[in-house]
Design a protein around this ligand. Structure first.
Ligand code: FEO
Length: 397
């Protein structure tokens, strides 16, 4: 795959990772890209690098435009190693006169690569560097999603190089949003937001407000992963606004794990009850559904109802895994309930309910617990639990 000119003399020169399937706990069944951009002006600038192992792709693409030794500045918008892993090799090869980063970026680079002799140039929000005909304005985006994160804005091109923000984990041969299926694109973008940025929703709101306050003219947003937004950059800004508000819709998730299918039968009955109340329902078996897909569905759901059998006086491990992961992402404004079958001790359901309470899910009814196998009456109780949660959702929305 060749470099791609995204604006006059600004090129995508990144790497495509067709094979990565796990991104620190987030499933990436369609791979990802590590986007890197080269701007050629009186000064030549490389924005971010790629994950270690993809440096040959990066160097080959840069070399098809300019000799990498002619690069004047390298900008590190984000230190996480999927973007800085190739930095030591690129510093050695290019020997830039400036390595531009935020103050927290410098600290993080020193602690990652231990190279105090690199020519750090620290910038902050409002800093501008002239490149000749064009310039870069920097905007720090602390904790979106690392302390070091920042955006680089090229006002003359109305181009925002946005680091991780607005990205998608999706390996493609296409580089622009208008070249791919829109529903698939937004689904990948939503999964990315849900799994990486959900816990920073209030900061996303503040950032969007301040970006709007700066009156930046935007006709292209180039993230460090996935497709570049050029057809309508406002579309992804509005999606981030909506996702970060975490406004629920009449939708409920029933997630469960089961030993001998009793909790599975209960889950289906709970789902029936929710459907009888008119909600959109997803029943998700954790044996077949990845935690990161649960979180994606949870993004706009009003309710989460969780079921687990009891194993060794605990909830089942896949439920513990899912709840632990969800808790870290701090979803807001959810209501829920717990259910499950058990053999003799039955602590699993109580543990599930406690975990939901810890993540500030509003519990709207007592749990349903069934010893061994649910009979018709027990399944009717599960239907009623679903109906109770469904009615609570409708009252709340
Ligand atoms: Fe794509 Fe936070 O790294």
């Amino acid at each position: 795959m060749e470099k791609v000119e995204i604006k006059p003399n600004i090129f995508w020169v990144g790497g495509v990772d067709w094979n990565v399937r796990d991104f620190h706990g987030y499933s990436t069944p369609y791979g990802t890209t590590y986007n890197s951009f080269l701007l050629v002006d009186e000064k030549i600038v490389l924005f971010d690098t790629v994950k270690k192992g993809f440096e040959d792709e990066l160097v080959r693409r840069i070399s098809s435009i300019v000799d990498p030794k002619k690069i004047d500045y390298i900008v590190v918008n984000h230190v996480e190693m999927d973007h800085s892993g190739a930095l030591p090799q690129m510093m050695e090869l290019c020997r830039p006169s400036k390595l531009i980063c935020s103050s927290r970026g410098k600290e993080a680079l020193l602690r990652h690569y231990h190279r105090s002799e690199w020519p750090y140039e620290v910038v902050e929000t409002g800093s501008t560097i002239s490149l000749g005909k064009r310039s870069i304005q920097f905007i720090e985006t602390r904790m979106l999603h690392w302390p070091d994160s920042m955006f680089s804005y090229i006002p003359e091109e109305k181009l925002l190089i946005s680091s991780d923000a607005f990205g998608q984990h999706w390996a493609t041969s296409e580089r622009f949003d208008d070249q791919v299926d829109q529903a698939a694109l937004m689904s990948h973008a939503a999964k990315y937001f849900a799994n990486i940025l959900l816990l920073y929703s209030s900061l996303v709101q503040k950032l969007l407000e301040s970006v709007r306050g700066m009156n930046l003219q935007l006709d292209m947003i180039a993230p460090d992963h996935g497709l570049i937004w050029r057809s309508d950059p406002e579309k992804i800004l509005q999606a981030y606004d909506s996702w970060s508000q975490q406004k629920p819709i009449p939708k409920a998730l029933v997630i469960y794990d089961t030993m001998w299918e009793s909790t599975a039968a209960m889950a289906r009955a709970v789902g029936e009850g929710l459907m009888l109340e008119g909600l959109s329902v997803k029943v998700m078996d954790l044996r077949h559904t990845h935690r990161s897909d649960v979180v994606t569905e949870l993004l706009d759901a009003a309710a989460i109802v969780c079921g687990s059998s009891t194993l060794n006086n605990c909830m089942l491990p896949k439920m513990a895994d899912a709840l632990h992961y969800i808790r870290g992402l701090r979803p807001q404004r959810k209501i829920g309930a717990a259910f499950g079958s058990y053999g003799w001790s039955g602590e699993g359901v109580r543990m599930v309910e406690e975990a939901l309470k810890e993540m500030k899910v509003e519990i709207v009814c007592p749990p349903v617990k069934v010893q061994y196998v649910p009979d018709k009456r027990a399944l009717e109780e599960c239907v009623q639990l679903g109906r109770t949660v469904g009615r609570a959702v409708k009252e709340k929305l």
